[in-house]
Design a protein around this ligand. Structure first.
Ligand SMILES: Nc1nc2c(ncn2[C@@H]2O[C@H](COP(=O)(O)OP(=O)(O)OP(=O)(O)O)[C@@H](O)[C@H]2O)c(=O)[nH]1
Ligand SMILES: [Mg+2]
Length: 318
C-alpha cells in the first residue's frame, strides 16, 4: 500500500486557523500593493513587514530582491502584478523544501514508526494525538509509546490522549528507561499487527548532549526490529516562538536526522511567516501544521494553500 499524503481536512480549517495571521502582518503586506505605483518605498516597507512577520532577515531580503529584479526585467508597473510575483516567489520557496520529501511506503505487517522530537513545550504530545487521529482516518491502526519518561505528567497526558482518540498507549513508570518503553512498544506493535507506532520523546533542552544521545539510542532500538525505523522523524516547531524557535530547531536538526516538520500553534500567531524561514533554513519538508488544541486540529501543509490563506482567506476561495 502506498503511503501518500491526501487531503485530510478541508482547507477551511487551515484558513480559519490563519485568521489571526491574516489580520496581522500579512494583511498589511497585501495592502502594501494597493497603491498606484511601484516605488522604492514599497520595497522598503515590504522588507520590513516580512521581517516583522517572522519570515527572517535573509529570506525577506531574497524575496524583495527577486521582486525588484522581476519588476525591472519584465517592466512591471502595476502593483497588483507585483503582489502576484511575491505570492509566486513565496510558493516557490516553500515548494523548494517540499522537493526533499521522500515517498513513504506502508508495508503490511511492518509497523511504520514515527518518532516525534522537539524542544520543551512546542506541542509534541498534542501533535502526536493529532497524528494518531489523522492516520486513523485512513483506516490505519495506531499505537502510541510514552518515550518521555522524564515527567510523570507527560505519561499521563499521552495516556489521556490515547483514551480520547481510542488508541493503545505503551507506557512505563516515570523515570523508567525510554529505551525499554520503545523496545516494548515495538514488540507490542508487531504482535498486534499495528500499522503506525508513534513515539513521544522528552523535550528537555536541545543543548543537552544526553537528550541527543537518548534519541539516537531510541533509533537503534527501533532498528533492531524494523530496519527502516523510524520511517518518519518529525520535528515539531512552535509557530509562536518566531526566530528564536528556529534557532533551536536548527540545532536540533543538526543532531537528529529529521524527515518532516510540523509547525504547531499556527493558530496562535499574528505573524505566520515562520514557515518561510523554516523552509529556507532547514530545507526539510513541512508536512503538517497544528491549528488548535484538539486532536482534529491538524492540516497537511500545502505551499499554495498556505500562501493563499495568508493573503486572501475565504473571500477569494481556493
Ligand atoms: N493553540 C494551539 N495550542 C497548541 C497546539 N499544539 C499544542 N498546543 C498547546 O501547547 C501546549 C504544550 O503542548 P504539549 O503537546 O504538551 O507540548 P510538548 O512539546 O509535548 O511539551 P513537553 O512534553 O513539556 O516538552 C499545550 O497547552 C497544548 O494544548 C496548536 O496547534 N494550537
Ligand atoms: Mg510532551
Amino acid at each position: 500500500m502506498k503511503f501518500f499524503r491526501r487531503k485530510a481536512e478541508p482547507d477551511v480549517k487551515l484558513e480559519e486557523s490563519l485568521e489571526k495571521t491574516r489580520r496581522g502582518v500579512f494583511s498589511e503586506i497585501s495592502r502594501l500593493f494597493d497603491r498606484a505605483t511601484i516605488d522604492d518605498d514599497l520595497y522598503e516597507e515590504l522588507e520590513m513587514l516580512l521581517i516583522q512577520a517572522d519570515v527572517g532577515w535573509d529570506v525577506s531580503q531574497r524575496l524583495v530582491e527577486e521582486l525588484r529584479q522581476r519588476v525591472e526585467r519584465d517592466r512591471i508597473a502595476d502593483p497588483a502584478a507585483a503582489r502576484e510575483i511575491v505570492r509566486e516567489e513565496m510558493i516557490q520557496l516553500l515548494e523548494g523544501a517540499s522537493r526533499n520529501r521522500t515517498v513513504k511506503i506502508l508495508q503490511r505487517g511492518v509497523p511504520f514508526v514515527i518518532m516525534v522530537v522537539g524542544v520543551n513545550g512546542v506541542g509534541k504530545t498534542t501533535s502526536i494525538a493529532k497524528l494518531a487521529a489523522y492516520h486513523q482516518r485512513f483506516g490505519r491502526s495506531v499505537m502510541l509509546a510514552a518515550g518521555d519518561t522524564f515527567r510523570a505528567a507527560a505519561i499521563d497526558q499521552l495516556q489521556l490522549w490515547g483514551e480520547r482518540v481510542g488508541v493503545p498507549v505503551i507506557a512505563h513508570a516515570q523515570g523508567a528507561d525510554p529505551g525499554a518503553v520503545v523496545f516494548d512498544a515495538m514488540q507490542a506493535a508487531h504482535a498486534r499487527g499495528v500499522d503506525v507506532l508513534i513515539v513521544d520523546t522528552a523535550g528537555r533542552l536541545h543543548t543537552k548532549h544526553n537528550l541527543m544521545a537518548e534519541l539516537s539510542k531510541l533509533r537503534k532500538i527501533m532498528q533492531k526490529q524494523v530496519d527502516a525505523a523510524p520511517q518518519e522523524t518529525i520535528l515539531v516547531i512552535d509557530a509562536t516562538t518566531g526566530q528564536n524557535g528556529l534557532v533551536q530547531a536548527k540545532e536540533f536538526s543538526n543532531a537528529v536526522a529529521i524527515t518532516d516538520i510540523m509547525i504547531a500553534k499556527l493558530d496562535g500567531t499574528a505573524k505566520g511567516g515562520i514557515a518561510f524561514a523554516v523552509a529556507k533554513e532547514l530545507g526539510t519538508p513541512i508536512s503538517y501544521v497544528g491549528t488548535g488544541e484538539k486532536a482534529t486540529d491538524l492540516a497537511e501543509f500545502r505551499p499554495e494553500t498556505y500562501v493563499d490563506s495568508l493573503f486572501f482567506g475565504s473571500e477569494e476561495g481556493f
